[in-house]
Design a protein around this ligand. Structure first.
Ligand code: SF4
Ligand code: SF4
Length: 169
């Protein structure tokens, strides 16, 4: 199915859910929205740059070089209109993950561990089950598109490398 159609369906599935029942932004002063510089942002799923092309008043989309199917980085200039936040923000602190045997999982994003209080234990029990279910549903849907699946596969290998790095608390 067309990736834009699938992305819109995923946006809709994740429109109302949040990682916890209460506003988790109060735990951390919205740490996941506090980019430090122009290189800090969300990697967009293939096709999202088209969906978000009209959002230039609050979002800059930069090209990424040398990262295979990970081609676009979005950087917020100011808080987003919630209905337009990218997929990576909607699923955070979870991430899709494809094993080398092509099994699709949803897991805590290891990149979230240093910033998100909900990710410190790397245990999904910290998250609202409704949120986890919605993320699974959205990810299973978008992964039906071969370009997005290739993106998730590449991202997963990057996450494998990331997890090999030492983590200090
Ligand atoms: S960093 Fe984690 S706890 Fe804080 S707002 Fe983002 S998802 Fe919620
Ligand atoms: S798009 Fe919205 S949710 Fe995502 S980092 Fe920017 S302000 Fe935060």
């Amino acid at each position: 199915m067309d990736k834009i159609v699938l992305l819109k369906m995923a946006y809709s599935i994740l429109e109302k859910v949040t990682p916890t029942r209460l506003d988790c932004g109060k735990l951390c002063d919205k740490a996941c929205c506090q980019g430090e510089d122009e290189d800090t942002g969300m990697i967009l799923y293939p096709g999202e740059e088209k969906l978000l092309a009209s959002q230039s008043d609050w979002l800059i989309i930069n090209d990424l070089e040398g990262l295979g199917p990970l081609k676009k980085l979005a950087v917020c200039k100011k808080p987003c209109p919630r209905s337009m936040r990218p997929l990576a923000c909607r699923v955070f602190p979870l991430t899709p993950y494809l094993t080398e045997d092509d099994i699709l999982l949803v897991k805590i994003d290891p990149r979230a561990r240093g910033m998100c209080p909900l990710a410190r234990t790397m245990d999904k029990k910290e998250l609202d089950p409704n949120f986890i279910r919605a993320v699974r549903k959205a990810i299973n849907l978008v992964a039906k598109n071969h370009e997005i699946r290739a993106y998730i596969y590449f991202l997963s290998r990057m996450l494998d490398e990331y997890e090999k790095q030492p983590y200090f608390v």
